[in-house]
Write a protein that binds this ligand. Structure first.
Ligand code: DO4
Ligand code: MG
Length: 284
Protein backbone atom coordinates (compact mmCIF):
# COMPACT_ATOMS: atom_id res chain seq x y z
CA UNK A 1 0.00 0.00 0.00
CA UNK A 2 1.23 3.50 -0.82
CA UNK A 3 0.45 6.66 1.14
CA UNK A 4 1.26 10.27 0.34
CA UNK A 5 1.03 13.72 1.91
CA UNK A 6 -0.63 16.21 -0.36
CA UNK A 7 -2.09 19.70 -0.52
CA UNK A 8 -5.60 20.32 -1.79
CA UNK A 9 -6.43 23.28 -4.02
CA UNK A 10 -7.41 25.07 -0.78
CA UNK A 11 -3.87 24.43 0.58
CA UNK A 12 -5.03 21.95 3.24
CA UNK A 13 -2.43 19.27 3.94
CA UNK A 14 -3.89 15.75 3.92
CA UNK A 15 -2.83 12.11 3.90
CA UNK A 16 -3.93 9.99 0.97
CA UNK A 17 -3.90 6.46 -0.37
CA UNK A 18 -2.24 6.40 -3.77
CA UNK A 19 -4.20 4.78 -6.63
CA UNK A 20 -3.55 4.67 -10.38
CA UNK A 21 -6.09 7.44 -10.91
CA UNK A 22 -4.96 9.75 -8.12
CA UNK A 23 -5.40 9.96 -4.38
CA UNK A 24 -8.05 8.80 -1.91
CA UNK A 25 -8.26 11.40 0.88
CA UNK A 26 -7.94 9.60 4.24
CA UNK A 27 -9.41 12.48 6.27
CA UNK A 28 -12.92 11.05 6.52
CA UNK A 29 -11.42 7.82 7.94
CA UNK A 30 -9.74 9.88 10.69
CA UNK A 31 -6.23 9.29 9.33
CA UNK A 32 -4.65 12.73 9.25
CA UNK A 33 -1.23 12.44 10.86
CA UNK A 34 1.63 10.55 9.22
CA UNK A 35 3.71 10.21 12.38
CA UNK A 36 0.80 8.79 14.38
CA UNK A 37 0.04 6.31 11.58
CA UNK A 38 3.67 5.15 11.41
CA UNK A 39 3.83 4.83 15.20
CA UNK A 40 0.77 2.56 15.35
CA UNK A 41 1.17 -1.21 15.32
CA UNK A 42 -1.66 -1.68 12.84
CA UNK A 43 -1.05 0.95 10.14
CA UNK A 44 -1.77 -1.46 7.27
CA UNK A 45 -4.97 -2.75 8.90
CA UNK A 46 -6.13 0.84 9.47
CA UNK A 47 -5.50 1.68 5.83
CA UNK A 48 -7.19 -1.48 4.56
CA UNK A 49 -10.27 -0.64 6.64
CA UNK A 50 -10.20 2.95 5.40
CA UNK A 51 -9.92 1.78 1.78
CA UNK A 52 -13.23 -0.06 2.17
CA UNK A 53 -14.98 3.11 3.40
CA UNK A 54 -16.18 5.94 1.20
CA UNK A 55 -13.12 8.12 0.67
CA UNK A 56 -13.03 11.24 -1.47
CA UNK A 57 -11.21 10.56 -4.74
CA UNK A 58 -8.98 13.32 -6.09
CA UNK A 59 -7.34 13.38 -9.51
CA UNK A 60 -3.58 14.03 -9.72
CA UNK A 61 -4.38 17.40 -11.28
CA UNK A 62 -6.26 18.41 -8.10
CA UNK A 63 -3.43 17.74 -5.66
CA UNK A 64 0.09 18.94 -5.02
CA UNK A 65 2.38 16.35 -3.47
CA UNK A 66 4.17 17.27 -0.23
CA UNK A 67 7.33 15.58 1.00
CA UNK A 68 6.39 12.42 2.93
CA UNK A 69 7.75 13.75 6.25
CA UNK A 70 6.30 15.75 9.12
CA UNK A 71 8.96 16.23 11.83
CA UNK A 72 11.24 13.30 10.97
CA UNK A 73 14.94 14.14 10.68
CA UNK A 74 16.56 12.90 7.48
CA UNK A 75 19.92 11.12 7.75
CA UNK A 76 21.98 9.38 5.09
CA UNK A 77 24.36 6.44 4.88
CA UNK A 78 27.32 6.73 2.50
CA UNK A 79 29.69 4.42 0.69
CA UNK A 80 27.31 1.48 0.94
CA UNK A 81 27.74 0.47 -2.73
CA UNK A 82 31.06 -0.48 -4.30
CA UNK A 83 30.31 2.06 -7.06
CA UNK A 84 30.10 4.87 -4.52
CA UNK A 85 33.36 3.87 -2.86
CA UNK A 86 35.18 3.94 -6.23
CA UNK A 87 33.69 7.32 -7.20
CA UNK A 88 34.55 8.93 -3.87
CA UNK A 89 38.12 7.67 -4.04
CA UNK A 90 38.49 9.08 -7.56
CA UNK A 91 37.14 12.53 -6.68
CA UNK A 92 39.20 12.96 -3.52
CA UNK A 93 42.68 14.49 -3.42
CA UNK A 94 43.95 13.26 -0.11
CA UNK A 95 41.19 11.41 1.74
CA UNK A 96 40.70 8.47 -0.64
CA UNK A 97 41.66 5.90 1.98
CA UNK A 98 38.88 7.13 4.29
CA UNK A 99 36.29 5.80 1.82
CA UNK A 100 38.15 2.55 1.36
CA UNK A 101 38.26 2.05 5.11
CA UNK A 102 34.64 2.96 5.83
CA UNK A 103 33.40 0.58 3.14
CA UNK A 104 35.05 -2.31 5.01
CA UNK A 105 34.62 -1.03 8.58
CA UNK A 106 32.06 -2.34 11.05
CA UNK A 107 30.72 1.19 11.65
CA UNK A 108 29.01 2.67 8.56
CA UNK A 109 29.23 6.27 7.44
CA UNK A 110 26.03 8.02 8.56
CA UNK A 111 25.54 11.77 8.31
CA UNK A 112 22.78 14.27 8.97
CA UNK A 113 21.07 15.34 5.74
CA UNK A 114 18.02 17.51 6.39
CA UNK A 115 15.38 18.83 8.73
CA UNK A 116 11.90 17.74 7.66
CA UNK A 117 10.79 21.29 6.88
CA UNK A 118 13.62 21.70 4.36
CA UNK A 119 12.90 18.54 2.36
CA UNK A 120 11.91 19.12 -1.26
CA UNK A 121 8.83 17.22 -2.52
CA UNK A 122 8.33 15.55 -5.90
CA UNK A 123 7.94 18.15 -8.67
CA UNK A 124 9.62 20.90 -6.62
CA UNK A 125 13.09 22.23 -7.56
CA UNK A 126 16.22 20.59 -6.17
CA UNK A 127 19.28 22.78 -5.70
CA UNK A 128 22.84 22.91 -6.97
CA UNK A 129 25.20 25.23 -5.09
CA UNK A 130 26.27 28.38 -6.92
CA UNK A 131 29.80 27.96 -5.45
CA UNK A 132 30.23 24.36 -6.69
CA UNK A 133 31.41 23.21 -10.11
CA UNK A 134 30.59 19.50 -9.98
CA UNK A 135 27.05 18.69 -8.89
CA UNK A 136 25.22 15.39 -9.12
CA UNK A 137 22.01 13.75 -7.92
CA UNK A 138 22.32 10.65 -5.75
CA UNK A 139 19.32 8.35 -6.21
CA UNK A 140 18.77 6.34 -3.05
CA UNK A 141 16.25 4.05 -1.42
CA UNK A 142 15.09 5.73 1.80
CA UNK A 143 14.08 3.74 4.88
CA UNK A 144 11.21 5.19 6.93
CA UNK A 145 11.53 4.52 10.66
CA UNK A 146 9.14 5.04 13.54
CA UNK A 147 10.46 6.26 16.90
CA UNK A 148 11.19 2.71 18.03
CA UNK A 149 13.65 2.16 15.20
CA UNK A 150 11.32 -0.12 13.24
CA UNK A 151 11.37 0.16 9.44
CA UNK A 152 7.74 0.91 8.61
CA UNK A 153 8.05 1.97 4.98
CA UNK A 154 10.22 2.96 2.05
CA UNK A 155 10.42 6.05 -0.11
CA UNK A 156 12.80 7.48 -2.72
CA UNK A 157 15.51 9.98 -1.81
CA UNK A 158 17.78 12.26 -3.78
CA UNK A 159 20.95 13.09 -1.83
CA UNK A 160 22.04 16.05 -4.00
CA UNK A 161 25.81 16.45 -3.68
CA UNK A 162 28.66 18.76 -4.71
CA UNK A 163 31.48 16.40 -5.62
CA UNK A 164 34.18 19.07 -5.97
CA UNK A 165 33.54 20.43 -2.47
CA UNK A 166 33.51 16.96 -0.90
CA UNK A 167 36.56 15.91 -2.93
CA UNK A 168 38.60 18.95 -1.90
CA UNK A 169 38.48 18.03 1.78
CA UNK A 170 36.45 15.41 3.65
CA UNK A 171 35.75 17.97 6.38
CA UNK A 172 33.66 19.89 3.83
CA UNK A 173 31.15 17.02 3.64
CA UNK A 174 28.35 18.93 5.45
CA UNK A 175 28.66 21.77 2.93
CA UNK A 176 28.71 19.34 -0.01
CA UNK A 177 25.65 17.53 1.27
CA UNK A 178 23.48 19.87 3.33
CA UNK A 179 22.42 23.12 1.74
CA UNK A 180 19.20 24.71 0.50
CA UNK A 181 17.09 22.22 -1.54
CA UNK A 182 19.71 19.45 -1.29
CA UNK A 183 17.33 16.71 -0.16
CA UNK A 184 14.28 15.49 -2.06
CA UNK A 185 11.93 12.72 -0.91
CA UNK A 186 8.84 11.19 -2.47
CA UNK A 187 6.55 10.78 -4.22
CA UNK A 188 5.01 8.56 -1.53
CA UNK A 189 5.75 5.91 1.10
CA UNK A 190 5.26 2.24 0.30
CA UNK A 191 4.30 0.31 3.43
CA UNK A 192 4.63 -3.32 4.35
CA UNK A 193 7.69 -4.47 2.35
CA UNK A 194 10.19 -6.75 4.06
CA UNK A 195 13.92 -6.24 3.43
CA UNK A 196 14.24 -9.45 1.43
CA UNK A 197 11.64 -8.16 -1.05
CA UNK A 198 13.03 -4.59 -1.11
CA UNK A 199 16.45 -6.00 -2.01
CA UNK A 200 14.95 -7.19 -5.31
CA UNK A 201 13.99 -3.63 -6.27
CA UNK A 202 15.74 -1.77 -9.06
CA UNK A 203 16.57 1.96 -8.84
CA UNK A 204 16.88 3.89 -12.08
CA UNK A 205 18.10 7.41 -12.76
CA UNK A 206 17.43 9.52 -15.81
CA UNK A 207 18.72 13.07 -16.28
CA UNK A 208 17.26 15.15 -19.09
CA UNK A 209 18.45 18.45 -20.54
CA UNK A 210 16.31 20.30 -23.09
CA UNK A 211 14.30 17.11 -23.66
CA UNK A 212 17.41 14.96 -24.28
CA UNK A 213 18.64 12.22 -21.99
CA UNK A 214 22.10 13.16 -20.61
CA UNK A 215 22.51 10.11 -18.39
CA UNK A 216 20.53 7.03 -17.54
CA UNK A 217 21.46 4.10 -15.39
CA UNK A 218 20.06 1.39 -13.19
CA UNK A 219 21.19 -0.42 -10.08
CA UNK A 220 19.70 -2.85 -7.61
CA UNK A 221 18.98 -2.38 -3.91
CA UNK A 222 20.48 -5.86 -3.47
CA UNK A 223 23.94 -4.37 -4.10
CA UNK A 224 23.87 -2.42 -0.83
CA UNK A 225 26.67 -3.95 1.20
CA UNK A 226 25.03 -3.61 4.59
CA UNK A 227 21.78 -5.07 5.90
CA UNK A 228 19.07 -2.53 6.74
CA UNK A 229 19.04 -3.78 10.35
CA UNK A 230 22.73 -2.96 10.61
CA UNK A 231 22.18 0.60 9.33
CA UNK A 232 19.21 0.97 11.68
CA UNK A 233 21.21 -0.20 14.66
CA UNK A 234 23.90 2.44 14.06
CA UNK A 235 21.40 5.21 13.29
CA UNK A 236 19.53 4.65 16.55
CA UNK A 237 22.63 3.92 18.66
CA UNK A 238 23.07 6.60 21.41
CA UNK A 239 20.40 8.65 19.59
CA UNK A 240 16.66 9.33 19.91
CA UNK A 241 14.14 10.20 17.21
CA UNK A 242 10.87 11.05 18.97
CA UNK A 243 9.07 11.51 15.63
CA UNK A 244 10.86 8.72 13.76
CA UNK A 245 13.49 9.26 11.07
CA UNK A 246 14.34 8.73 7.42
CA UNK A 247 17.61 7.13 6.34
CA UNK A 248 18.89 7.36 2.77
CA UNK A 249 20.78 4.14 2.08
CA UNK A 250 23.52 5.40 -0.25
CA UNK A 251 23.93 5.69 -3.98
CA UNK A 252 24.98 3.06 -6.49
CA UNK A 253 24.50 5.31 -9.53
CA UNK A 254 27.16 7.86 -10.40
CA UNK A 255 27.16 9.76 -13.73
CA UNK A 256 30.51 9.86 -15.59
CA UNK A 257 33.13 12.23 -14.16
CA UNK A 258 32.68 14.80 -16.95
CA UNK A 259 29.04 15.31 -16.06
CA UNK A 260 27.66 18.07 -13.85
CA UNK A 261 24.06 19.18 -13.40
CA UNK A 262 22.85 22.48 -14.82
CA UNK A 263 19.84 24.67 -14.03
CA UNK A 264 16.65 23.33 -15.66
CA UNK A 265 17.91 19.75 -15.89
CA UNK A 266 15.21 17.25 -14.95
CA UNK A 267 16.19 14.45 -12.55
CA UNK A 268 13.97 11.37 -12.50
CA UNK A 269 14.54 8.58 -9.99
CA UNK A 270 12.32 5.53 -10.25
CA UNK A 271 11.74 2.56 -7.99
CA UNK A 272 8.69 0.89 -9.55
CA UNK A 273 7.26 -0.32 -6.23
CA UNK A 274 7.28 3.28 -4.96
CA UNK A 275 6.98 5.56 -7.99
CA UNK A 276 8.98 8.32 -9.69
CA UNK A 277 10.66 11.18 -7.85
CA UNK A 278 10.95 13.93 -10.47
CA UNK A 279 12.59 17.32 -9.79
CA UNK A 280 13.92 20.17 -11.88
CA UNK A 281 17.30 21.66 -10.94
CA UNK A 282 17.75 25.24 -9.78
CA UNK A 283 20.85 27.14 -8.65
CA UNK A 284 20.82 28.13 -4.98
O1 DO4 B 1 31.09 10.18 1.95
C1 DO4 B 1 30.40 10.52 1.11
C2 DO4 B 1 28.97 10.31 1.01
C3 DO4 B 1 28.66 9.22 0.07
C4 DO4 B 1 27.21 9.12 -0.22
O2 DO4 B 1 26.42 10.01 0.02
C5 DO4 B 1 26.73 7.90 -0.87
O3 DO4 B 1 27.49 6.92 -1.02
O4 DO4 B 1 25.57 7.88 -1.23
MG1 MG C 1 24.44 9.64 -0.91
Amino acid sequence: MKICRFKTKQDDIRLGLVTDAGVLDLTSAGITNLTALLESDDALAQLEKAAKSKLRQLAWSDVRLCAPVEQQEVWAAGVTYLRSKTARMEESNFSATAYDRVYEAERPEIFFKSLAEKVVAANEPVGIRSDAKWNVPEPELALVFNSKGKIVGHTIGNDMSSRDIEGENLLYLPQAKTYHRSCALGPCITLGTMEVAAREWKISLNIQRNGQSMFSGETSVGQIKRRFEELAEFLFRCQVFPHGAILLTGTGLVPPDGFTLQAQDVVEIEIPAIGVLRNTVTVV
